[in-house]
Design a binder for this molecule. Sequence first.
Ligand SMILES: [Zn+2]
Length: 495
Amino acid sequence: MNTSSHPTEWAVERLLPLPGHQPVAHQQTLHARDGMITRVGPAGATMPQAGSLAMPAFANAHDHGRGLPTLSCGIPDGPLEVWMSRLGVEPHTLSFLNTACAFARMACAGIGATVHCHNTQNGRALLQEATGVAKAAQAVGIRVAFAVPFAGANPFVYESEQRFQDIFTHPEHFPALTAPRHRRSLEEGLNIVDALAELESPTFNVQYGPVGPQWTDRATLETISDRSAATGRRVHIHFFETRPQREWADSMFPEGILQYFDSIGLLSPRLTLAHGVWLREHEIELLAARGVLLSCNISSNMRLASGLPPLPTILAKKLKFGIGLDGMSLEDDDDILREARLLRGIMQTLHPGLDGPGDTRDSTPLCFHALMRVGRECIVGQDNGGVLEAGRPADFVIVNTQRVMPTAIADDVLPELLLTRLTRQDVQALVVNGRTIVSDGRCQTVDLHDMENELHAIVQHALARGTPPIAPEWENSIRQYYRAQLHTQNRAQQR
Ligand SMILES: [Zn+2]
């Protein structure tokens, strides 16, 4: 196993410093030392492997590090507001095991960095769970940004004046409605951020993760905004994933929720919004002007029936966007190459025909930029990474092109061919911070196969005894609440 302190080198047939943006270089050797690329130049005596191609590592701009996808826990997909109520049946597992599996699977797909929005299993044990995630990040070796969750408001529906429990004929049949819930105080959350900051390393950092405006109060958002400005620490928040969230925000913030965010200083290049499906044009303009980043999570939006982000406006206003899997990739395989392909397809479909991004050929470079540069910025900030040049972080992936490119084609078309055909099965190696995480298509730092078996055994045992994920009466009450627009009955109220 290579370590970051020793000089190492990799010879490849082709090297794309940033696909679609810079020319393809042939027969190259990439040298690294202490986590940085020291030189990229013509291959020396070492013969590159046939079909080997190096490009920057991929970045997953939004995820939850689920070792076991929700479907494997027996939880069917559905609209977010209903689907979330099913998550309660997820079996508890050690956070190390759960996230190490997720990170190692991502690594095998070429993902060198990810945002981890932590879903707590036990709200009282967040620090302990987070320490497990930090250990998993260290063991696997990809870069992880841990977004510390700040939440607690509106656990069941986005309430306004009418309480959720009031719509039940027999609320006493549902003890969850009135059961005391543990809610971390703002102070506790901030202390956890500070404690976790002690574990920061070149490949692990901590972010503020207010889970979403409908789950967080104003005092929390304002304090986080101030702390982020004072410390430079990034903020990561789910935002406008679904239509009910948009409607709730319109009713709770008559002045405009993003105008409110702006007034408290939250809109800055340190902020990432996940989803943004229901953003309006003037909001996209404001976000772009403030340098805010967006994570597009197309597969998740499809599977959770959320809608699609307004990509033509996002492109027109030049809002910077990365690509996130949200633990919900289309085929539950964390294949972010397929996700990039999906994003390109949707981008071209929403603005069809002449002069659209499919005609101007902007779509391919934009998707690679999202996959390698902007997504990375969501995780590590502006660290100069995501381009294979001397003096930049040594984070790259080596794929084998023999399957997808049986005949040599012109360099000009190569980025499009890669985006059209590559999948995770073509990933041969992943290097992060100069350390080899994947080689020969296998994770070298942890035994993924063993860990997955262990996880499956725990989950199978738990599921055999578990409760069914769908509680029809409860779910119908959620639907009833939103159908009656009870989440928007707040127009006169200013909190
Ligand atoms: Zn998410």
